[in-house]
Design a binder for this molecule. Structure first.
Ligand code: SF4
Length: 606
């Protein structure tokens, strides 16, 4: 069991180790679990997100770095510069495993350097290195330069968007393979500290395991079925589902305003594999390997995932796959969240059509559906906070507040975070998920669309004989609560959520924890931890003023039904789901966890 944390003070270029007690890990696990334990206690609502006193935490999961399928994830946590509330941006790759193998459960970064720096971390020390020569470079160039000096390292870095404090900027891991901690503007939080990169030495050693033989046996037995159930992800990546989602009504089209779109067939994972595919790649110890290297002319780049294919494709009526690959690559280099940007561009086109944005604002850009040249120009402008891009990079909530008119109808955000590419009118459980997700409109905080689309989860009561009706709001509350608790567990452990597709539930996960740690957790206790973490993140947001009125969806998703396709006529009944949700959660009618619930979950330090 690793029980060391690194606390790094950038202002004074100092660091020291903190001990995290085993009973704390057992109560909160690692990743965003132990991170929220720390951040809740130290939250001062008067300190704005980009103030030097607002920390940023890099916490791999409790199981990250162990030989367990998909145990690769790191949660980057803090108060979001985009939304102003709780944020965890969870990312795979190999960086988190490297940090664990240097003996650290996580890093807390405070203060602000007086000049650009990067951190070089090994098991004994933290070296503060000047980053003058890296500042202004994109994430690919940054990685290349650092690896010329230190070939055996893993790198988390920001591009120009993070340096320029763009609220939708991302942190990029393992560039040029590029796994992004995309959501909520954590790139800007890192940039506000003049921190260009965190470089971790690669250690070959294995982490201590209480019962290694038993763990190995379990992993060997389960890996074939995980691979079997996720074969589509391996073959075609997440983008393999674009056409199916167009058919079911899950694929957002034209800023969530259109029902069907022929262009979907041109922008799929299958087309990528048949045209520009080079090879698969995987995060640490992942048997699924959903990542795709693709060719962009002569270059080899990271292929777009489903979210990006939709955000820059169907959502903008852009069926030019090459342009989507190009836009994705630019965002990876600059460090920009493709989901937020796709939604912002769709919003801007509508606001232009409505006359709220004037031609003179655009500096000659022909802003219209499907015009990928305009989108590419705007990506450059967003990264450098220039011209019209300076306005766009603020996020859709801020833009809508500024523009007024009818724009709030089609400003697709909840709590300031732009909508991901899963339509809550196709899977109504997602409406409740979006309304109550702690970081705003996040699909990953429950993934209920997976179960609603028929993936069995017998431990939660859903199998081939008990499938939820995707279009009904009845019975969704219990599904969402269970999945939210489970997703909190997976983030705290550093496991990929695609394990849900691989039919891995809490029983197997608790067995893996026990084999590693020697604990005796059962699945009920594990789910109780998930519940504790969800509530603690809610309490963090309550401190920042979040109440029931924030737990909602934009008018378009509540009032405008799709007119065609499988989800035609469906609208989620958010009010009834929300009331039931508060009851099940043990929250009052304002959405605040009741004292009895806090006591039951043993959140004593509140
Ligand atoms: S399934 Fe994909 S995203 Fe998840 S750990 Fe594996 S390679 Fe990474």
């Amino acid at each position: 069991m690793i029980n060391r944390l690194l606390e790094i003070d950038l202002t004074n270029q100092d660091f020291h180790e903190l001990e995290v007690k085993e009973n704390e890990l057992r109560k909160y696990l690692g990743g965003s679990g132990i991170a929220v334990r720390y951040l809740y206690q130290h939250l001062d609502p008067a300190i704005p997100p980009l103030h030097p006193d607002n920390p940023i935490l890099f916490f791999p999961g409790l199981l990250t770095g162990f030989p367990i399928p998909t145990a690769s994830k790191t949660s980057i946590c803090g108060r979001s510069p985009l939304t102003g509330i709780w944020n965890e941006a969870t990312v795979g790759g190999h960086w988190g495993a490297a940090l664990k193998k240097n003996g650290y459960e996580g890093i807390i970064i405070k203060g602000k350097s007086s000049h650009p720096i990067y951190l070089l971390i090994n098991s004994k020390e933290v070296i503060f290195k000047d980053a003058y020569k890296l500042w202004g470079l994109d994430t690919y160039e940054t990685s290349k330069k650092i690896k010329e000096a230190y070939p055996q390292v893993q790198i988390a870095s920001i591009g120009q968007a993070g340096e320029n404090l763009v609220p939708i900027s991302a942190i990029v891991i393992d560039a040029p393979h590029c796994r992004l901690a995309g959501r909520g503007g954590m790139g800007a939080l890192m940039g506000s500290k003049n921190l260009k990169a965190i470089v971790v030495q690669i250690e070959k050693k294995t982490l201590p395991i209480t019962d290694p033989e038993s763990l190995k046996k379990s992993v060997q037995e389960l890996t074939p079925s995980i691979k079997l159930y996720t074969q589509g992800l391996h073959e075609f990546g997440t983008g393999g589902s674009v056409e199916a989602r167009e058919y079911t009504g899950d694929l957002p089209i034209k800023n969530f305003a259109q029902s069907r779109w022929d262009g979907a067939a041109k922008t799929t994972g299958q087309v990528i594999v048949n045209t520009i595919f080079r090879k698969n790649y995987a995060c640490y110890f992942c048997p699924i390997a959903c990542g795709k290297e693709v060719f962009l002319k002569e270059e080899i780049v990271h292929g777009p995932e489903y979210e990006t294919l939709s955000a820059f494709g169907s959502n903008l009526l852009n069926d030019d796959l090459d342009s989507i690959v190009k836009m994705n690559d630019l965002c990876n280099r600059y460090g920009i969240d493709t989901i937020s940007l796709g939604v912002i561009l769709g919003f801007a086109i509508e606001a232009y059509e409505e006359g709220l944005i004037k031609k003179a604002d655009l500096d000659g850009i022909n802003l219209k559906w499907g015009n990928s040249d305009a989108f590419i120009t705007l990506i450059h402008q967003v990264a450098y906070k220039e011209k019209f891009g300076k306005f766009l990079g603020k996020g859709v909530k801020s833009l809508s507040n500024q523009l007024g008119g009818k724009s709030s109808e089609y400003a697709l955000h909840t709590k300031g975070l732009e909508y991901p590419m899963h339509d809550p009118r196709a899977y109504t459980g997602m409406a409740l998920s979006y309304a109550t997700a702690n970081r705003g409109a996040c699909h990953l905080e429950s993934l209920s669309y997976m179960i609603e689309s028929g993936i069995p989860a017998p431990e939660f009561g859903y199998d081939d004989l008990h499938k939820p009706n995707p279009h009904s709001s009845d019975g969704k509350t219990e599904l969402v609560v269970k999945l939210q608790d489970y997703m909190n567990v997976l983030n705290a452990l550093g496991l990929c959520k695609f394990l849900l597709s691989g039919r891995i539930g809490p029983t197997i996960v608790s067995e893996w924890i026990n084999k590693v740690t020697g604990w005796d957790l059962n699945q009920t206790e594990l789910m109780q931890i998930g519940q504790r973490l969800h509530n603690l993140k809610r309490l963090y947001n309550v401190k920042l003023g979040i109440t029931r009125q924030d737990d909602t969806l934009p008018p378009r998703l509540l009032n405008l039904a799709r007119t065609d396709g499988l989800a035609a006529g469906v609208l989620p009944d958010i009010d009834s789901m929300l009331s039931e949700y508060y009851q099940i959660r043990g929250w009052d009618d304002k959405g605040i966890p009741k004292k009895e619930k806090i006591k039951e979950l043993e959140i004593f330090f509140t």
